[in-house]
Design a binder for this molecule. Sequence first.
Ligand code: C2E
Ligand code: MG
Ligand code: MG
Length: 551
Amino acid sequence: MEGLLVCDGQTIVTVNDSFAALVGLAASELVGAQVRQFLPDEGTRLRLLDSPNRALEGDLLTRDGSRNPVELIMRQVDFAGKPHRAIAVRDLRARNSAEQHIRFLAHHDSLTGLPNRSSFNKRLDQEIELAMSSERKLAILCLDIDRFKEVNDLFGHAAGDKMLQSVAARIASTLDRDQMVARLSGDEFAIILSGLSNPAAAGRAAEIIMETLRAGSDRAAEADDASISSSIGIAVCPDDATDPHVLLTHADTALYRAKNEGRGIYRFFEASMGAAVRERRLLEHDLRQAIARQELRLVYQPLREIPSGNAVGFEALVRWRRQARGDVEPSEFIPIAEETGLILPIGEWVLREACRVAATWKQPLTVAVNVSPVQIHNANFAHLLHEILFQTGLPPHRLELEVTETALVRDLNRALETLRRIKMLGVRIAMDDFGTGYSSLSNLRAFPFDKIKIDRSFIKSVNVNGQAAAIVRSVLGLSRALGLPVLAEGVETAAELEFLERENCHQGQGFLLGRPADIETFNELIEGDAAAADRPVVIPANAKALALAAS
Ligand code: C2E
Ligand code: MG
Ligand code: MG
């Protein structure tokens, strides 16, 4: 396979077909030609003569004038009874291009062809050094495609890959030659902008990049023309940091903030973000483990009839005792659970636990469970509910789901569909925190609610606050018209309770009527003789008695 030529001095005597092919001439045309015509570099020729039997590299000049890298070995041979030189010539182009390819792969991402993390790091080191020795600034932009996971899940990995390639090409098209975009991992890209006179220039570059990704068609079937929403975090050297690792972390922190502030935006790093973001990440991380570590538990708060004071049921409220940190309020971790999707496993745990516990009560009291919008909009929810009721053996009419209005308006038709299926199981539905959302009459009529819970902000000082009193009265009037019972949340004082009693409010819940506590605290309410099991427990508490007890 190697090219071979035999020479007498500098004159070629004969060649094989491989050599003729390498130089692009017929073997017959080469007889009588001079070696230097094909090995034009004198140094190479001299080294070849000086070191027989040793391989060395040189250039082979071909007929069309190109120089190709070759490996050469010369040895003395006897040819036609006279000493000659035989030279073996091996084409190195294939090997070199394989080597180059390997080098390329080591420094690039094979999917998008962009530089990879290791080249990014190397370049960043150099650029920081340059920036430090000049007056100019350097910015790192971390970019992440919004909801990229959904693209992969919905359309498959091939579509995801196409989108990444398109993003890479579109970002690159906005950059000058001396700027760099690299793919660091997954859907995470990083851009180095050097030689900036001020940080604002980085903000403008971010806007252009986001706009270029957004341009394209919303309805494009092909990823290369799709409208893509992205978020960007920016850190500036030397303003934010001069250490490459710290700078990148800062840009990433700013990206995280951009994502949390609604996506589709860019944010500059601010020193105050670091601590807050670290804290939030830690919380997310711990929350992910909370179920497995058995850190969640439920407390129960009685719901009582007014004025009898009879307990009609309990609202189950989740508590999280976070490892090494102590109790975390639901108002702090539920929103995070909703954003991250963790509310699905957590909500399922709450439902199952509340139903399991309520099924053991001797008294047939109801248990009210809060469900988040994310759960309601999950296609599987009614099915899950059915399964939990079946497994725990809780009769459906003893379960009440508390839903806020905001949960419903995001997708009215879908929510309505889910609520109807829930109702068909025999489970009841209460509208929670009424008055804080849209409080629209049409929602009340459209949805199959069984109860309205007036938010505690309207109950606070309702006895002295004329405006709050007017609102509570009108909600009560509305509920009478719709035939729905009303529960007042956050009843804290005897005076508030008396007001509610005068206005014929049906039920109340609040610190005055019982604080949320472990279920054992309410043993006397849930136990009781089996014979009494099918009628509500009467406890000797009415508004006046409770008022006395509270004072
Ligand atoms: P919510 O459903 O309106 O629950 C009532 C909240 O009011 C509870 O707060 C309860 O402790 C508090 N509360 C009761 N009586 C009084 C009172 O007299 N005065 C005052 N100031 N507050 C009173 P908590 O337990 O902190 O829960 C806050 C919110 O977190 C709940 O509001 C609910 O929206 C949500 N939440 C709680 N547990 C769960 C759950 O398991 N799943 C979901 N998705 N959300 C939950
Ligand atoms: Mg509630
Ligand atoms: Mg509420």
